[in-house]
Design a protein. Structure first.
Length: 250
């Protein structure tokens, strides 16, 4: 094989592998179960949390989703939005430490929600909406450990919690960050801003859409980076070809 053909093959291989790696990284970023919006104000009331569950298997469908809600910092007044094709089972647990509210003392809270009966196929995702009456005001974040069961019996455990300064774990649990106060109103209660709670059910989906848009932009950036690398590889190959021809003509 001539040196020119060898150079072309190597350049093409490098470009292909690099592009594939970038696109694979973009796909991995979307494989996690996530909660939207990512941020609410501490003690926020009357809002909605959306758990987004993508299917990451090529040959199996997601048939069961279990989301575990923390009981040490309970989410109060949980209601599940009916989801076509899915049946939700809600489990409540007696709290070790009752929570005092304006409406009285709460002794029980939802600890688990299990959705079954539906299917999330390859290349698809499903949003599961959960309304709440009040978020806790005594913690900086809430971790919602999740189990995702596939039709082939495989169970992915999204239960690992990220540590500060460390890389993101392989199977991170969905995390909701709770802010101390709202940037516009200076209040830790409800507000209409993205970082606060939704004063109506329509504001929460808007924030979720913003989060999705940000993730889409990241994926597009990674894809473009991969294409640029591929073009550079082809350009290098063309340069090598032209140089080889010049050497032969001399």
């Amino acid at each position: 094989m001539s040196p020119i053909r060898t150079t072309l093959r190597r350049a093409g291989l490098v470009a292909a592998l690099t592009t594939a790696g970038v696109l694979a990284a973009a796909g991995a970023a979307f494989a996690h179960v996530t909660v939207h919006p990512e941020t609410y104000a501490k003690g926020a009331t009357d809002g909605v949390l959306t758990f987004r569950v993508p299917n990451e298997e090529d040959t199996a469908s997601t048939t069961k989703v279990q989301v575990f809600l923390p009981t040490d910092h309970p989410v109060l007044g949980v209601l599940v939005t009916p989801q076509e094709g899915w049946t939700a089972q809600v489990t409540t647990t007696k709290l070790k430490t009752p929570v005092k509210t304006d409406d009285g003392t709460i002794t029980e809270a939802v600890s688990e929600i299990t959705w079954t009966g539906g299917r999330i196929r390859h290349g698809q995702y499903q949003d599961f909406n959960v309304a709440f009456g009040q978020l806790p005001d005594d913690t900086d974040q809430l971790s919602f450990k999740t189990l995702q069961t596939y039709s082939d019996g495989n169970v992915v455990r999204w239960i690992e919690e990220a540590k500060k300064g460390a890389e993101e774990p392989e199977n991170p649990a969905p995390v909701l960050t709770l802010t101390a106060e709202d940037a516009e109103t200076g209040s830790g209660g409800t507000s209409d801003s993205a970082s606060g709670s939704a004063s109506s059910s329509s504001s929460a989906p808007a924030v979720a859409a913003d989060s999705t848009s940000s993730s889409d932009s990241t994926a597009r950036g990674l894809g473009i980076a991969g294409l640029v690398v591929g073009v550079l590889g082809l350009a290098a190959a063309g340069y090598a070809l032209a140089r080889g021809r010049g050497a032969r003509s001399e």
